[in-house]
Design a protein around this ligand. Structure first.
Ligand code: FES
Ligand code: MG
Length: 575
């Protein structure tokens, strides 16, 4: 491999020439206390840091930044930190998904506008992984991902607690009147007790693992718990490696291919990962110029076994997954399914990186001949209710509901649902199908994680814990239940979901991958003709931009104008 010369680096145009502007860049760098020898002749490495006081999952990043920098200095690079939108999942309203593309845009433009030669992307909490990677893929500078890592297991009265999942579960018990204030308070103390992301197989753990499967993380890095000393060492290794990647000119376009995206999908399926990953993988692929469709998920889901026994669908947590051998061990189990020749950030292929990785705890990462399920970690459904698809996580549902026929109970939006779901007069039974309209990318907006509709209180009291629920929303990766999600097109743009009425019969058949509204075409047409779209949420601001440009779920919810193939490439800035 031919190495780049200093004169070929982007930053050379800022720092290495004898011009008035370059004088300004050097003198201003010296203003920060650096000497010429700190930066002269060196690649400038951007560290995109999604730390903030409103991101509990990234609270260890201030220390990790120093460790990344240590590696960069050692390898002869010049590290510069560029803070990027933090997107702490629990705090940002209405939903972080509204801002994933904002982060992607910010990441791309931070790299473009500054003298950056290569980048360490520091993220982990749900939307930060896809947001940072989407921007880096479009910018196509050498880029490596540094995952925040999962937090430690939760702990409560001698029981292990999982992020999200155990909140929903115990909240249902509290609503059913089975949990005291004191017990609830102790649960609050114990469920999130260290830095790091959710430690169930939620969106964060899924996306960090997929970042490794795609080739963007150093081998084994994606499953190290955030407080583990190995996580600090990963930080300096990552810093050292990005400098070499710049000299080698190893870019996202050298790493990504249809094969690497299939590897990511296979990994998501074997993890029984978050349904959100489907939207993000499609968006990432389209940034890389690969037109991945929902069909790929469905095709692969028929043959890929679920091996990771992690909550919410399984029994264990990410800390256990790490001790069991982590991502490398899981991928080595999947060897026969993977495209092993795909390159990765460390310069080796994914096949080389997972060679010899053993599973140490067979209960956590199961053998191929004794999987959690033989197939179907995620399923894609179609039918007249979802002409462009919908998704379900079959393993998260009670098995009896996977083939179900029942009358619809329709909520026209989230407020309507909140107002009526616990009304004792609501006509609903355990066989009803709960339908939430207007919760999609444009409708809600941002396709919030409302897809796990609550079970009506009166049914909870009868012991009902799962029902078929259908929406154009997403669902938290830590959620569970027979929830049909991402119905596409969404109701806000006149998708058939908008036309469902109370009492309509809905048929779900996961085995046949079907979701059907048992209403005649003529009747549906009549309803469509009478339908009036609700007024838009925003007249100005980012929300207005979002509403005008966001694509539907089956296309990854990116903005049309951010897709890498949109129009002519963006020119390098004049200096
Ligand atoms: Fe940050 Fe779940 S809240 S990963
Ligand atoms: Mg989440």
């Amino acid at each position: 491999m031919t190495k780049k010369t200093y004169e070929e680096l982007r930053s050379h145009r800022w720092y290495g020439v004898d011009t008035l502007r370059a004088f300004g860049h050097r003198s201003r760098t010296k203003q920060m206390g650096f000497s010429r020898r700190d930066f002269e002749g060196k690649p400038v490495i951007g560290i995109l840091n999604t730390w903030s006081d409103m991101n509990s999952c990234h609270s260890h990043f201030p220390q990790r930044v120093e460790e990344v920098k240590r590696g960069i200095w050692q390898a002869g690079g010049f590290p510069v930190v560029l803070p990027a939108m933090s997107l702490g999942e629990p705090f940002v309203k209405p939903t972080t998904m509204l801002y994933r593309n904002f982060l992607a845009m910010e990441a791309e433009e931070l790299l473009r506008g500054h003298p950056i030669d290569g980048v360490v992307l520091m993220g982990g909490c749900d939307k930060t992984t896809p947001g940072l990677l989407m921007g880096a893929i479009s910018m196509n500078l050498p880029a490596i991902y540094f995952p925040a890592g999962p937090m430690l297991r939760g702990n409560w009265r001698g029981k292990v607690l999982g992020s999200g999942s155990d909140v929903w579960k115990h909240w249902a018990e509290r609503r059913a009147g089975n949990l005291s204030d004191e017990a609830w308070g102790e649960l609050e103390d114990g469920i999130a007790r260290s830095a790091g992301t959710c430690m169930t197989m939620g969106t964060a753990a899924t996306m960090m693992t997929l970042a490794e499967a795609l080739g963007f993380v150093l081998p084994g890095g994606s499953s190290i718990p955030a407080p583990d000393a190995n996580h600090s060492r990963l930080a300096s290794d990552t810093g050292r490696r990005i400098v070499e990647m710049v000299w080698d000119d190893l870019k996202p376009s050298d790493i990504l291919s249809l094969g690497s995206f299939e590897n990511a999908i296979i990994t998501a399926l074997a993890l029984s990962g978050s349904t959100n990953a489907i939207v993000h993988i499609i968006a990432l692929a389209r940034r890389a110029g690969i037109n991945l469709e929902l069909e790929a998920f469905d095709r692969l889901s028929r043959t890929i076994p679920v091996l990771a026994d992690i909550r919410p669908t399984g029994r264990f947590l990410m800390e256990d997954f790490y001790y069991a051998g982590g991502t490398r061990a899981l991928l080595n189990r999947l060897r026969g399914h993977l495209h092993l020749d795909c390159p990765t950030v460390n310069g080796a292929t994914i096949g080389q990186n997972i060679e010899g990785a053993d599973v140490y705890i067979e209960d956590v990462i199961r053998p191929l001949d004794n999987p959690v399920w033989a197939s179907g970690g995620l399923a894609v459904l179609t039918g007249n209710l979802a002409p462009r698809g919908a998704v379900i996580k079959p393993g998260a549902a009670e098995a009896r509901l996977l083939k179900h026929r029942g009358p619809a109970v329709v909520f026209k939006n989230y407020n309507d649902m909140e107002a009526r779901i616990d009304d004792p007069a609501l006509e609903v039974s355990a066989d009803s199908v709960l339908v939430l309209q207007d919760a999609g990318p444009i409708g809600a907006p941002g396709m919030p994680e409302w897809g796990q509709l609550p079970i009506p209180k009166k049914l909870l009291a009868q012991g009902v814990r799962d029902m078929v629920r259908i929406s154009d929303a997403r669902m938290s990766g830590t959620s569970y239940g027979a929830c049909v999600l991402h119905v596409c097109p969404e109701s806000r743009v006149g998708g058939p979901l908008a036309f469902v009425r109370d009492g309509d019969i809905i048929e779900l058949d996961v085995e046949a991958r079907r979701i059907a509204l048992c209403v005649s075409d003529a009747e549906l047409e009549a309803r469509r003709a009478a339908w009036v779209a609700p007024p838009p949420h925003y007249q100005r601001g980012f929300g207005a931009l979002y509403t005008q440009h966001v694509r539907q779920a089956d296309e990854g919810c990116d903005f049309d104008f951010l897709e890498t193939a949109h129009g002519e490439p963006v020119p390098e800035p004049e200096i």
